[in-house]
Design a protein around this ligand. Structure first.
Ligand code: NAD
Length: 87
């Protein structure tokens, strides 16, 4: 069984990828970690849970948040401040 950690996993790309991976590989454990910095990203949490994806509130800049997830086979980094103006 694979365990996949998707950081920024409540964002547009991260959540879409998490759901797609889970649908293609139902036996995999998919964890979406996100600090919910982007307003509206919290609206994806129910959708993630409905699709069997674990949500973890955490920040990629905080080592303990990543280590708290435990060992994983693959990390896909999708966290970002994608807005040019905000950035
Ligand atoms: N949306 C697109 O069509 C598209 C196309 C090409 C490339 N990209 C790139 O993909 C990346 C993600 O884009 P998106 O559209 O999903 O943006 P998004 O804002 O929807 O998702 C980014 C997520 O990262 C989270 N985040 C921000 N800082 C964090 C931190 N320190 N720790 C944990 N989580 C954090 C935010 O809360 C948000 O949920 C960006 O780099 C973007 O440039 C997006």
């Amino acid at each position: 069984m694979k365990k996949v950690l998707i950081t920024g996993g409540a964002g547009f790309v991260g959540a879409s990828l998490a759901i797609s991976l889970k649908q293609d590989h139902p036996s995999w454990t998919i964890i979406s970690l996100d600090n919910l910095h982007r307003r509206g990203s919290e609206l994806n949490i129910p959708r993630l849970r409905e699709n069997g994806i674990q949500f973890v509130h955490g920040d990629v800049r905080i080592r303990e948040d990543i280590e708290g997830v435990g060992a994983f086979d693959l990390l896909i980094e999708c966290s970002a401040e994608p807005s040019v103006l905000a950035g």
